[in-house]
Design a binder for this molecule. Structure first.
Ligand code: C5P
Length: 241
């Protein structure tokens, strides 16, 4: 689905209401995929998906699911039934949980005739550092842990992972092109970093091997979100077509 440069950019709808969210979806004519996260989903529920899809856009549901296999598979079935195009699952939920989710994504696609929802694994949250991992009883080597969990995700049948731009190259070295890589933490040179710390420009992230970039405030908070979006697209390498 990333056959154009515009299709590689996922807009983070980090807003509180459907009115704000749909205004952005409407304004960003050339954008194709919109990320609905915990805040907006909890406020508005799945009714919002229909409205986004009515505007001929695709939904990335970012709820970072983490539960027993049967429950996560059930959530994948529900999301697939709503025509969600991409969704996130915590890899630390384990192999069986991810395999159940992957199996259900295939099944729901067969049942609905829609494309299989892309399942993306969340490895280590970028808000956690080595010391935080140790505190919860995990090995404090963040980079090693990311590779380990990404390998498990791939083996269990997930389509890809969400990672920080700093992790793209190591993941590509280890797993080649056969893993969808989605990365937030993206800042064009002309945008403020805000609370993002280890940032990368859109072009650099694509050059390192990202398939999709999640971008929020540099676009959604710009005086003209559409102009900001088109500017980011124009900065992506031609090879990203
Ligand atoms: O506004 P900004 O471009 O920083 O938004 C980035 C989006 O990506 C937000 O929805 C944020 O929650 C998400 N995200 C992130 N860093 C991560 C994982 C997700 O910024 N490590």
């Amino acid at each position: 689905m990333n056959d154009t440069r515009a299709g590689r950019i996922i807009i983070a709808l980090d807003v509180r209401t459907k009115e704000e969210g749909l205004a952005l979806v409407g304004a960003l004519e050339e954008a194709r995929v919109f990320k609905v996260g915990l805040e907006l989903f909890t406020a508005e529920g799945p009714a919002l998906f229909k409205k986004i899809k009515a505007l001929r856009k695709e939904v990335f549901l970012d709820l970072k699911l983490h539960d027993i296999p049967n429950t996560v598979a059930g959530a994948v079935r529900s999301a697939g039934g709503h025509g969600v195009r991409m969704m996130t699952i915590h890899t630390s939920g384990g192999r069986e949980m991810m395999a159940a989710a992957a199996e259900m994504a295939g099944r729901v696609s067969q049942e609905t005739g829609r494309p299989k929802p892309l399942l993306l694994g969340v490895t280590v949250l970028t808000s956690l550092k080595g010391g935080d991992l140790e505190e919860v009883g995990m090995n404090g080597d963040v980079a090693g842990q990311v590779l380990r969990l990404a390998g498990l995700a791939k083996a269990a049948g997930l389509d890809g992972v969400v990672c920080s731009p700093q992790e793209i190259e190591a993941l590509r070295r280890e797993f080649g092109r056969d893993l969808v890589i989605v990365t937030p933490g993206i800042r064009p040179q002309w945008a403020a970093a805000q609370d993002q710390k280890r940032i990368m420009t859109p072009a650099e992230a694509v050059d390192r091997g990202a398939d999709y970039l999640v971008i929020g405030r540099p676009i959604t908070g710009a005086p003209s979100p559409r102009e900001a979006f088109l500017r980011v697209v124009s900065e992506l390498p031609q090879s990203a077509e």
